[in-house]
Design a protein around this ligand. Structure first.
Ligand code: ATP
Ligand code: MG
Length: 166
């Protein structure tokens, strides 16, 4: 079951991501899906901070994959361009995913067909104002479906009733 939350600042999106990071386990994969500037990197920054990453987390667009050290190791990938998908597959995506780290992949919808069937989809859509975002979590596979109750509770404070209709 998808769960939808709303944030009204980058700080809130980082906070939501941090709350989810408390549930992270070795081998987890999160696909970040959303247009340019939606907040995929902002999400990753909050997630990483909660894992204890102290290094500055930047967009991996030109580096493809970055590895950060925290409570868990965090891989941060960006597959915006299709050539990057090929490179990521060449890099040994599977080895990255098979390890004990947590992997967040921006533009993950491109890569989804190449992945095993267990991941959490994070869809970030623009809202009514510049700083509003709708963030929908879609568990794919049993690994995340089994945690639906836990991640729904974790982001509860951002799931209040929508204000202002539609
Ligand atoms: N509610 C919000 N959540 C996330 N970011 C927000 C929000 N409101 C405003 N912003 C701003 O939107 C921008 C999001 O940028 P970010 O780099 O995280 O996007 P992205 O999805 O990673 O983009 P790209 O596709 O270029 O990698 C930042 O400038 C951030 O401050
Ligand atoms: Mg980004």
């Amino acid at each position: 079951m998808p769960v939808t939350a709303s944030t009204s600042s980058a700080a809130q999106t980082r906070g939501l991501a941090a709350a989810l990071a408390e549930l992270a386990r070795p081998g987890d994969v999160l696909l970040l899906i959303g247009d340019l500037g939606a907040g995929k990197t902002a999400f990753t920054q909050g997630f990483g901070a909660a894992l204890g990453v102290t290094e500055l987390i930047t967009s991996p667009t030109f580096t493809l994959a970055r590895v950060y050290q925290g409570r868990l190791e965090m891989n941060h990938l960006d597959v915006y361009r299709l050539e990057q998908l090929d490179e990521v597959l060449d890099l040994g995506l599977q080895e990255l995913l098979d390890g004990d780290s947590v992997t967040l992949i921006e533009w993950g919808d491109i890569i989804a067909p190449a992945l095993a069937s267990d991941y959490l989809e994070i869809r970030i859509a623009f809202g009514a104002t510049d700083d509003e975002r709708e963030i929908t979590l879609v568990p794919v596979g049993n690994r995340w479906s089994a945690r639906t109750r836990a991640f729904t509770a974790a982001i509860d404070q951002w799931c209040g009733p929508r204000q202002g209709g539609n």
